[in-house]
Design a protein around this ligand. Sequence first.
Ligand code: SIN
Length: 308
Amino acid sequence: MNIDLTTSLGSLQLSAPTLTASGCAAAGKELAQFGDVSTLGAVVTKSIMMAPRSGRATPRMAETPSGMLNSIGLQGPGIESFLENDLAWLRANNVTTIVSIAGNNVDEFGELARILSKVEGVDGLEVNISCPNVESRGQVFACNPYSAAQVIETVRSVWHSDAPVLAKLSPDVTDIVEIAQSVVEAGVDGVSMINTLLGMVIDVDHMKPMLGGRTGGLSGPAIRPVAVRAIYQVHAALPHLPILGMGGIRTGHDALEFIAAGASAVSIGTVVFGDPGAPWRIANELGQELESRGYNSLSEVVGLAHHN
Ligand code: SIN
C-alpha cells in the first residue's frame, strides 16, 4: 500500500491516523500484547483526576442495541500514580501520548494542566469536559458555552507546553457548533468529538434502572451517525479547527466517513473491548479504502464531503 496515512492535530504530527479513545484502553499498557503501541497515532489515556477515585456503584455496564452504556464514574489512580506508573511506561515505550484530564471543578482542571505541562512525555492534552457520569449535570461543563470556556481559559493560562490542547465535546447539546466556538475563543488547538450520549436501560424484572449510577454514557455503532453529523457541522463552521473524531467506529470504512466529514484523525473506543487489535486493523483498512478510491493520502480527504 502506498497511501500516506500520516496526519496531524495542530502542532502534533501523527504517524498513523488511529488513536485509542479515552477510557477504552486504560493507559495503553493493556494493548501491548496485541500490537506495538508505539505505532498507533497516539494513546489517549483514561481521564485522570487529581485524587484516586473508585467510581460509581456497580453494575457499570449494560449492552444496548448496537451499543453499550457505561457508568464508570471516572475511576482512576489519581495524578501521582499516573505519572509514576502509566506515563513512565508510555515514555519508556516511545508511545505518542495524549493525556485526558477531568476535574470536579475548574480549579482542578487547572491544577492537572499545570502539573502535566511540566513533565516529559505529554504530547497532547485532552480536556474531558463532557463526562456524563458525574454527580450533577452542572459538572458536564461542555453542555454550557460559558462553563466550557471557563475550563479551557484556566487550562490555557497554566499550559506552558507546545503540545496541543483539545477539548472533548458532548453531543448532548442543542448546538454543538456554539460550544466549539466558545472553546476555540478560549484557546483550544482542536476538539475531540464526540463523548457518549446520556442514556438509561431499565431492568423490568426488578423495575429499576440497570446501572448502579442509573444513567450511563451510550457508545458504539448506535451513536456513529450522531458523531458524523456533529463533526460535519463543526468542520463546516470552523474549517481550520483540527478535529479528533470518535463514536462507534468499527471499520476503516467507518473511519473514512469521519475523515470525509472533517476529522483529521480518529479514536477507536468500544470496539476494542471485543477486538483489542482494532486500532491497527482499522488503520490498515482505512488505507485500503483510500487506495481503492484512488486517493494517495489521508490529508486530501479531510472534509471532502463538504465539497460534493
Ligand atoms: C466514565 O468514567 O464514567 C466515562 C468517562 C467519560 O465518558 O468521559
